[in-house]
Design a protein around this ligand. Sequence first.
Ligand code: DAH
Length: 342
Amino acid sequence: MEIADRIVEVKREMDNFPIENASQLEAFRIHFLGSKGTVKGLFALLKNVPVEQKREVGQQLNALRMEAQAILDARKSELDEKTAENNKLDVSRPGEYTPVGARHPLSVVRSEIIEIFKRIGFSVSEGPEIEDDWHNFSALNFPPEHPARDMQDTFFVEKGEREMALRTHTSSVQVRVMENETPPIRTISPGRVYRNEAISARAHCFFHQVEGLYIDKDVSFADLKQTLLYFAQEIFGEQAQIRLRPSYFPFTEPSAEVDVSCSICSGKGCNVCKYTGWLEILGCGMVDPNVLEASNIDSKTYSGFAFGMGIERIAQLKYRVNDLRLYSENDVRFLKQFTPEM
Ligand code: DAH
């Protein structure tokens, strides 16, 4: 085929080449203007053209190359404009959905407990999770041979030269507050605690407690009972009743365990309360004088009460969650049930 005919043909090919997007644009460039492209190929044929025609054919080829470049430039700026148009902020587009997270049920319950006690003048205090023997046990009147110090219950850790414990209860914070403050003291201490237990539906190696402490002149057992009744009715509803059963803790004397009336069967008896009508929620008592003295508080002038409850236990009763493991597995299907109503 004559080179002149090829030029005409390539020109037609260029005009019909589809360029609707960036990859077609690039295909056009490679096909016509690339180092192995059609235009280069035609230039290579120039050497076979008779001398007297070389000049004219050369000019035609140059024109062809410029035309290809012109098409490329024009289509490129059209496409660029289109993309810029597409990227412009379109305020009428529907917003993109951002999923709302959920608060962890233990945080919800912890905050609720804090709010309830704040309303009657309790402050919030915290202490370390890695604790020494004094704050976790000795200052709380645990005799040296008390079984709770046993390896079975307590995780011991080395901290430098010292043997420390992961606190087994938030009662350790009581001691720290009493050492640092002078009565009147009214404080609650929420936090994580650790026990060396096999993990099951009913036990875990870590869980959460809220400790309460009230120390002043003339604090009585009646004050304790009334405070706990107020708490039970705030958290479980005004129909809630409490009962106290005698118990034993080294740091309180007398000590009691507190049950709340079963909100599921209203005290009539059901499988949740094991047909007793009552559910255990916390331990409490009058602070043992030995505990006050260990923290340099004069037990002749001051008296006080203390209580400790498990946050998981309160959450379990509020939300009917019966497996403790759910609280730390972070299964989104579990957690999203606590998403607040929008
Ligand atoms: N520390 C106890 C426990 O972990 C709970 C407790 C009971 C705390 C009685 C108290 C109390 O302050 O008076 O089981």
